[in-house]
Design a protein around this ligand. Structure first.
Ligand SMILES: Cc1cc2nc3c(=O)[nH]c(=O)nc-3n(C[C@H](O)[C@H](O)[C@H](O)COP(=O)(O)OP(=O)(O)OC[C@H]3O[C@@H](n4cnc5c(N)ncnc54)[C@H](O)[C@@H]3O)c2cc1C
Length: 811
């Protein structure tokens, strides 16, 4: 066994084998995989091993396409061919129009990744899958490339190719401890000796948290028991003359594929069970949980109704094994938050289908610092510290119960709510607030007119449309109050704080005390990594002169890790998270200044406190820091308040606002208003796949600065032409917004992809952002946006259709 290597991948299931193989493909051959038993002895060996292309965003579709292409190539390798039934096809069934709309949207989204799904009706479903009935069926989504693979052969093939490229695999070598040295490299302790390495990768399947705890980390992953059975031969399959397509059923919660001349049927029962929460028997190797078909009776009935031939088929094998779920259903593939040189590829619940692609994207991240797609949807840093064992288990159960029921826009499921609240949450609930969840925080989405008010889940404009319009109108004409809890806030102190930020941000940063500015930072490839406000606080009785770095709630771990990684030990800079300590109340609208003046001493006039100013003050008796910034495009103030005095501040604002009939507004109103203003959302419109020029952020880049991260790479990108452009579109329909991922086309050719869209209530137009190939990005260009299966005409417009000169914000 080597005593030193570059990377140690821990775990020899599909996740570990794929990572190892792809590291060698990215050019790193001094890499090692250690496996406690034999390869594939965790979950992988007994997987149903279906391989599908379906994903709810382009990154997932892209990585699955990579799996499919790779598996095809492996299956055709004459030296070591493996069994892969590629292209049996598969149908996701639907019995509601809303589900069909979802499929239409996902088909449009996949088209942008060169993947052609088809939305088919019930007759066509039955034609393509001769065993199914059309009862209670509207149609489905057809994925032509669906199939299944032999999981053990797949892993052996990947390990074999990795070995050929120089990697080493040590079987029967359990990792027993991990030590991180002062230079951030690691020692991996195993039962057969130590291996020093630069980087470790946790690919330990259901034992993820055994290895996580060796490095002081809890990963939000829970295992669930999951069952399928195999039937005896079914005569209709034998005589069909072709293999049966795969089935996924959100109506009765099962999946199905052909196995020999019978079927394999897997279940997602409501009466489901977590597994291994109180520890896992060390001897659970190549093992299964006891069969328990009683739990799946309801699901079975649904499957019998759909496929009557099943009722006659004998069951010859039942498989019940642990399968991992994360807190939001998507895997965790990337850097481990708070750790250096540590990565994970865990929480894979469809690891055979996705594993090829996840290993590919992870290897790129390890070797190049970033992958070819924006990997935020699988980034382990997308949650913060609230993701404990109990919450993860509740969300895993909920996700398992809804396996094939995708999330609709604005759907926030009920399990594990109220993980993060402020003193105002119950007060807003009392006032009829509907809440959305942002990184665990309960945030007001809008105010319901009655207690029982509910919207219909779907992809069209919903019943909240008029409520949002009223909230926007109140902000535009009067004054509104909105709580933005969970906003990521990092306090940066030390005399070198501005030099440090200058190195990180690609433009000029505001340095004057009492001023606020917006900035963007890039990765080493010159691509957009993040956005933050930089607010300069004075030296005062509240602390030394300092910067408050503010960014999206979801970016809490992501941004902190990035800043920490770029600290220079010789510089005087300290970072401290204030995210859980402070909350923002936003006062917005033409009467915002009057309300602020009535509850806070001092001169708040335009001259004394212009746009982009900052002041430490009191709201009533609550200490506060007020910033003159606005995401809505109206005159607005962000009031930052310690949570301990948030209620006092709220009461003072409410009292001052009575005279103006101040009203609450929520996140959905904010989102439509920011679209009208040309403001961007991190990880909707700000993506690592595009550089700041493509994203239209030229004025936030200063190529004449001495240095900033990504400058050289951006310079060489600049010498080429911008490939894409972020544009605003006006869309000619009142039925539905354009959803992120929808395809934009001209003359039937795909030229771009929507990033976000909504109705702009102040301009009374359906608007959206899209990245478009730059040759088509001229203002006035007519395009078509694919909205729920229809091509709707859409014109490229100026990026800030509401108050383009910013007169209102500055008023
Ligand atoms: C019944 C069932 C059906 C499924 N059907 C499908 C399907 O149709 N399609 C699909 O895509 N997915 C399916 N899945 C899911 C899929 O099988 C998993 O996502 C995948 O196998 C997970 O692979 P992994 O490498 O992450 O974990 P594992 O296969 O569990 O591998 C982890 C490895 O890490 C090793 N390890 C753990 N601790 C240590 C240590 N301390 N030191 C060294 N090594 C260690 C383990 O021994 C193990 O070999 C199914 C799962 C189940 C249970």
């Amino acid at each position: 066994m080597k005593s030193r290597t570059k990377v140690v991948v821990i775990g020899g299931g599909i996740a570990g084998c794929s990572t190892l193989y792809h590291l060698t493909q990215e050019g790193w051959s001094d890499v090692v995989l250690v496996e406690r038993n034999e390869l594939t002895s965790g979950t992988t060996w007994h997987s149903a091993a279906q391989v599908t292309n379906f994903g709810m965003n382009q990154t997932m579709v892209g990585l699955k396409s990579h799996s499919i292409n790779l598996y095809k190539e492996l299956s055709e390798d004459p030296e070591y061919p493996i069994n892969y039934h590629h292209g049996d096809g598969g149908i996701r069934l639907a019995n509601t129009e809303a589900q069909m709309d979802g499929y239409r949207h996902f088909a449009s989204m996949a088209k942008g990744m060169d993947v052609n799904f088809e939305v088919i009706d019930a007759n066509e479903c039955a034609k393509r899958h001769p065993l199914i009935s059309k009862n209670n069926l509207l149609g489905g989504l057809w994925d032509p490339s669906d199939g299944d693979i032999d999981p053990a052969q797949l892993c052996q093939a990947l390990a074999r190719r990795a070995r050929k490229a120089g990697a080493e695999v040590y079987r029967n070598t359990p990792v027993t401890a991990l030590t991180q040295r002062s230079d951030d490299t690691w020692t991996v302790h195993t039962e057969h000796g130590d291996i020093d390495c630069d980087i470790i990768v946790n690919a330990c399947g259901y034992r993820v948290n055994e290895v996580g705890s060796m490095m002081g980390v809890h990963h939000p992953v829970t295992s669930m028991e999951h069952q399928y059975f195999l039937t005896e031969d079914i005569p209709e399959i034998k005589s069909a003359g072709h293999r049966m397509p795969l089935l996924r059923c959100p109506i009765s919660d099962y999946y199905c594929r052909q196995e020999k001349n019978g079927l394999l049927l897997g279940f997602y029962e409501q009466d489901c069970k977590t597994w291994g929460m109180d520890g896992i028997d060390p001897n659970f190797v190549n093992a299964l949980c006891p069969d328990d078909l009683d739990r799946v009776t309801d699901v079975l009935e649904g499957a019998f109704d759909r496929m009557p031939a099943l009722m006659e088929a004998g069951i010859h094998t039942v498989v019940n094994g642990p399968i991992t779920y994360t807190i939001d259903g998507a895997p965790l593939v990337g850097a481990i938050p708070g750790k250096q040189n540590a990565f994970c590829i865990i929480g894979l619940r469809a690891g055979l289908g996705e594993g090829g692609g996840h290993g590919w994207l992870l290897a790129q991240q390890i070797v190049h610092g970033e992958a070819c797609y924006d990997t935020w949807c699988i980034d382990p840093r997308r949650f913060a510290g609230h993701t404990n064992v109990e919450l993860t288990a509740l969300k895993a159960i909920e996700d398992y119960q809804n396996e094939f029921r995708f999330h609709f826009p604005h759907e926030h499921r009920p399990a594990g709510r109220n993980a993060k609240t402020t003193p105002l949450t119950p007060i807003f609930a009392e006032q009829g607030a509907e809440f959305t969840v942002v990184n665990g925080w309960e945030r007001v989405e809008y105010i319901k007119p009655t207690k029982d008010f509910k919207t219909t889940l779907g992809f069209k404009f919903d019943e909240a449309f008029d409520l949002i319009a009223r909230e926007v109108k109140n902000v535009q004409e009067n004054v509104g109050l909105c709580e933005v809890n969970g906003f990521n806030r990092i306090e940066i102190t030390g005399s070198d704080r501005h030099n440090f930020l200058d190195r990180i941000f690609c433009g000029n940063i505001k340095k004057q005390t009492g001023k606020v500015g917006l900035g963007y930072f890039l990765n080493h490839h010159g691509m957009l990594k993040g956005e933050a406000t930089i607010a300069n606080l004075p030296q005062s009785d509240r602390g030394p002169a300092r910067v408050w770095y503010g960014s999206a709630a979801a970016s809490e771990y992501h941004d902190m890790d990035w800043l920490r990684q770029h600290l220079n030990p010789v510089e005087d800079v300290q970072l401290r998270s204030l995210t859980n300590d402070l909350t923002i109340l936003v006062l917005a609208g033409p009467n915002a200044r009057k309300v602020l003046s009535a509850c806070s001493r001092g001169d708040w006039s335009k001259d004394a406190f212009p746009w982009l100013s900052l002041r430490e003050c009191f709201i009533g008796i609550a200490p506060a820091t007020v910033m003159g910034v606005s995401f809505s495009g109206e005159l607005a103030y962000e009031i930052h308040i310690p949570n301990a005095s948030l209620y006092a501040a709220y009461l003072a604002i409410q009292k001052a606002g009575i005279e103006f009939d101040i009203k609450l507004f929520g996140a959905r109103a904010v989102d439509t208003m920011r679209l009208e203003k040309g403001f961007l959302h991190w990880k909707a419109d700000i993506l690592t796949e595009f550089d700041p020029f493509e994203t239209g952020l030229n004025k936030f880049v200063n190529m004449n600065k001495n240095e900033f991260i990504g400058k050289e790479a951006l310079k060489s990108r600049q010498s080429e032409k911008c490939l894409n452009k972020l544009v605003s579109l006006e869309i000619d329909t009142k039925d539905a917004p354009a959803h992120g991922g929808a395809t934009v086309s001209i003359d039937n050719k795909v030229v771009g992809t929507i990033t976000s869209g909504d109705w702009g209530h102040r301009i009374n137009k359906n608007i959206a952002y899209a990245f478009i190939k730059s040759e088509y990005s001229t203002i006035g260009t007519e395009t078509f946006v694919d909205i729920l299966g229809e091509k709707i005409s859409a014109k490229i417009i100026e990026s800030c259709p509401y108050d383009p000169n910013f007169d209102i914000i500055k008023s």
